[in-house]
Design a protein around this ligand. Structure first.
Ligand SMILES: NC(=O)c1ccc[n+]([C@@H]2O[C@H](COP(=O)([O-])OP(=O)(O)OC[C@H]3O[C@@H](n4cnc5c(N)ncnc54)[C@H](O)[C@@H]3O)[C@@H](O)[C@H]2O)c1
Length: 290
């Protein structure tokens, strides 16, 4: 890796885009956050691989990027299957000659699966196992196969999409939150073990983001409750997460590693009662005489 690129200096950014010259794999790139991230990285100069179990959706995103003058390849993959992950990495390097960025974004968001991911007493072990297979084993396999190729490419950046569900308790989604908690720890392990070889590893932790999966799973009245928990006027959008992934993928973030960065409009930055007090126009101070 040349010094300008390694240290994120001005010389490296004189080319047109913020990730020009980089090759990036985005798992789950056919929809939602992954799709917008693939489009964003491509717009900023990366050659992108859209790796998704949704074959048609992945191809549509790749075609759209190519139609706008970008370079993109769709690779069908089930991230829980090691052979498919190994083939995804090899095909990426065969096609584009290197690998610099891995965005581990795929997770099971299907409404029928999420509805069955309840509290532990109501949770089928098949749901637990399948959640771990896709949401935790998937990113682990992708790291395992991508890291050697990234080192050969002169270094790289891994960005794991985790969730605020891993940072505080909830009434349901007990398997999902445990898988994302594991992914947070995996992020720290990868950053620690491979940092000296030029591999950075960070996690982006969204709260509720207005993506297709949110609309399919969360009732509209609950979406309003979630909006009230944000310190910003609005909920997050996929582009908010994509912007953070772009930064972490770029050499601007060359000294940032081992971080779990929340992208949540401050949803976890306040005491639990704030949203209710705001709605009731009260504070924690008594105003009457005692
Ligand atoms: N939307 C939110 O509110 C929110 C909040 C926190 C975290 N996240 C995380 O963000 C990521 C993206 O979520 P999204 O909301 O964009 O969902 P989405 O449903 O729009 O996208 C998920 C993508 O992953 C793909 N996928 C599912 N299983 C796969 C598998 N086995 N192999 C390969 N691809 C697979 C799907 O086909 C889909 O294209 C997930 O990791 C999710 O846990 C989302």
């Amino acid at each position: 890796m040349d010094l300008a690129r390694q240290h994120g200096t001005a010389a490296a950014s004189m080319t047109s885009g913020r990730v020009t010259g980089k090759v990036a794999i985005i798992t789950g790139g056919a929809s939602g956050i992954g799709r917008i991230t693939a489009e964003t990285l491509a717009r900023e100069g990366a050659r992108v691989v859209i790796a998704d179990i949704n074959v048609e959706g992945g191809q549509a995103v790749a075609e759209e990027i190519r139609g706008k003058g970008g370079e993109a390849l769709a690779i069908p993959v089930d991230v829980g299957e090691e052979k498919e992950i190994a083939a995804m990495v090899e095909r990426t390097v065969e096609t584009f000659g290197a690998l610099h960025v891995l965005h581990n974004n795929a997770a099971i968001t299907a409404p029928d699966h999420q509805r069955r991911d309840a509290n532990l007493l109501e949770l089928d072990t098949e749901i637990w196992d399948e959640t771990m297979r896709i949401d935790l084993r998937g990113p682990m396999l992708a790291c395992k196969h991508a890291i050697p190729r990234m080192i050969e490419s002169g270094g790289g950046s891994i960005i794991n999409t985790t969730s605020n569900s891993a940072l505080a308790g909830d009434l349901t989604l007990n398997a999902y939150s445990a898988a994302k908690g594991g992914l947070n720890t995996l992020t720290l392990s990868v950053a620690t073990a491979f940092g000296k070889e030029g591999i950075r590893c960070n996690a982006v932790s969204p709260a509720h983001i207005e993506s297709p999966s949110l609309a399919a799973v969360v009732p509209p009245e609950v979406v309003e409750m979630l909006r009230a928990q944000c310190l910003t006027p609005r909920l997050g959008a996929p582009q908010d997460v994509a912007n953070l992934v772009l930064y972490l993928a770029s050499d601007e973030a060359s000294f940032i590693t081992g971080q779990i960065l929340r992208c949540d409009g401050g949803a976890l930055s306040h005491l639990a009662h704030v949203a209710q007090l705001r709605d009731s126009d009260r504070t924690t101070n008594r105003t009457d005489e005692v």
